[in-house]
Ligand binder design. Structure first.
Ligand SMILES: Nc1nc2c(ncn2[C@@H]2O[C@H](COP(=O)(O)OP(=O)(O)OP(=O)(O)O)[C@@H](O)[C@H]2O)c(=O)[nH]1
Ligand SMILES: [Mg+2]
Length: 448
């Protein structure tokens, strides 16, 4: 593969910056741009060497640097690699990079170093994502979860599950191919294996999704008909006067969002336009956005003004707004025409957004839902990874159902194999289309 280079440190004024180089031409390029201050001969691997970076065309010295050369395969990417620590600042790192490019390297794409590490078998996709997550982590909890990935604990759990799948498939397929010669595997054995795999998947999904919010943050949408106090509540939860509040219905017309961190979890709160038969064009666009947002949220707070009776609009929203959700009865300071008992089978919290009553209870209910305290795993999956696990579970369930309906073993084996494929996609073991890979790694920044 060709040799790539990039500045791995953020732009701006700093004491030092690091330029990374990776690929089979690394040594040749270094010969053109690097002069050792003392000593001669070939560059030792994994040693820091003092010297100068020069412009390969003019031979003029650009900077004094520390160079570390790492011989393949003992490097991050698995290829020959170098890290040049030069002086930081606006210009010097760029000049050093330019010298390296002039000497034959190409500018790396975002995430290309990590992509190469993955392609060279240095890490699976779970770990690669862990690197992205540890870089992007905003809270200590997120760092902790990302580190678990980097240490390989998440991959170990998934690999173990994969082994179970493979063993089971081997038994199933032996039975299908050589029915006569292989000792019967009992129905009990098959059922036992199926429910074991199912249980494993379910646990992974539960824990992984519960912890996901620490990485990706959770989206909480505040919804309700006009004038129920959405913006007032939004401001209360944020602890700042962010949204405009007036006694006029239809005040908020666009989606407003703001981020907070609660218990180490990044949350984005969304205030939306009150949903009703719109009076004007702007408002109706706003309402459309509110309903669209509701679909994408992780949790919804549906506000109802309990000082008056339930209206058609409230009922329609109760029908329309997706779950999971918390029903918030607001304006209790004005008396309660609607009581929590009137709303069955839902989590209901009573508040007065105006007076600030019940807000901490609401906060607690929100965190109870997001943190799922009964789960204390150290595994976290991204949204996409969670989806893959769900797809794996779906295949497994389908296979199990058909098996119980009396379909032959090869149908079961087909579904189990499909289910396994999803797991392998998650780990990055199976062939992943180039396009998907590029998408995953393009989320990284240049130099990673
Ligand atoms: N008494 C009382 N008034 C409240 C309470 N919460 C909000 N209000 C008042 O209700 C009115 C509407 O509040 P907003 O927060 O603007 O309501 P909204 O749901 O955002 O309204 P739209 O943006 O128009 O959909 C304002 O006059 C608030 O002061 C409450 O708990 N008690
Ligand atoms: Mg509002």
């Amino acid at each position: 593969m060709d040799t790539i280079a990039a500045i791995a440190t953020p732009p701006g004024v700093a004491a030092i910056a690091v330029i990374r180089v990776s690929g089979e031409d690394t040594l040749r390029i270094l010969m053109k741009v690097f002069i050792r201050k003392k000593g001669k001969g070939s560059l030792p691997s994994h040693r820091v060497v003092l010297g100068y970076i020069v412009d390969p065309e003019t031979d003029s010295i650009i900077d004094e640097v520390l160079l570390t050369f790492m011989k393949s395969p003992r490097s991050y990417t698995g290829e020959d690699m170098a890290e040049i620590s030069c002086h930081g600042g606006k210009l010097v790192p760029k000049l050093v990079l330019r010298a390296v490019l002039k000497a034959g390297a190409r500018l790396a794409e975002p995430g290309e170093f990590t992509k190469r590490a993955f392609l060279n078998g240095k890490m699976d996709l779970i770990k690669a994502r862990g690197i992205l997550e540890i870089i992007e982590a905003e809270t200590e909890e997120a760092v902790f979860l990302a580190r678990e990935r980097l240490l390989g604990h998440t991959s170990e759990k998934l690999t173990e599950l994969r082994e179970n799948y493979l063993n089971f498939l081997k038994d199933l397929e032996a039975r299908i191919d050589f029915e006569e010669d292989v000792p019967q595997i009992s129905e009990e054995y098959i059922n036992g294996k199926l429910s074991q795999l199912k249980e494993n998947l379910e646990t992974l999904i539960k824990t992984g999704e519960a912890n996901r919010y620490y990485f990706e943050g959770a989206r909480i949408a505040i919804l309700g008909k006009p004038n129920v106090g959405k913006s007032t509540l939004f401001n209360d939860l944020l602890g700042q006067e962010r949204a405009i509040v007036t006694e006029e219905a239809g005040t908020t017309r666009d989606v407003i969002s703001e981020s907070v961190i609660w218990n180490g979890m990044p949350l984005t709160l969304y205030d939306t336009a009150g949903v009703r038969e719109a009076e004007g064009r702007v408002e109706s666009i706003g309402i459309g956005k509110a309903l669209e947002l509701s679909k994408r949220a992780d949790l919804r707070l549906l506000l109802i003004d309990c000082s008056t009776s339930m209206t058609e609009e409230d009922l329609r929203l109760l029908e329309k707004v997706e779950k999971p959700r918390i029903i918030v009865l607001n304006k209790i300071d004005l008396g309660e025409k609607i009581k929590p008992d009137d709303i069955e089978g839902e989590t209901v919290v009573e508040v007065s957004a105006l007076k600030g009553t019940g807000i901490s209870e609401l906060r607690q209910k929100i965190m109870e839902y997001l943190e799922k305290p009964e789960i204390s795993g150290t595994i976290a999956f991204t949204r996409r990874e969670g989806e893959l696990l769900r797809e794996a579970l779906k295949e497994l369930n389908e296979g199990t159902e058909r098996w119980k309906e009396g379909y032959p073993l090869d149908i079961l084996s087909f579904h189990v194999r499909k289910s396994l494929e999803k797991l392998e996609l998650l780990l990055g073991i199976s062939d992943i289309p180039e396009e998907t890979l590029s998408r995953i790694f393009s989320e990284f920044c240049i130099g990673k």
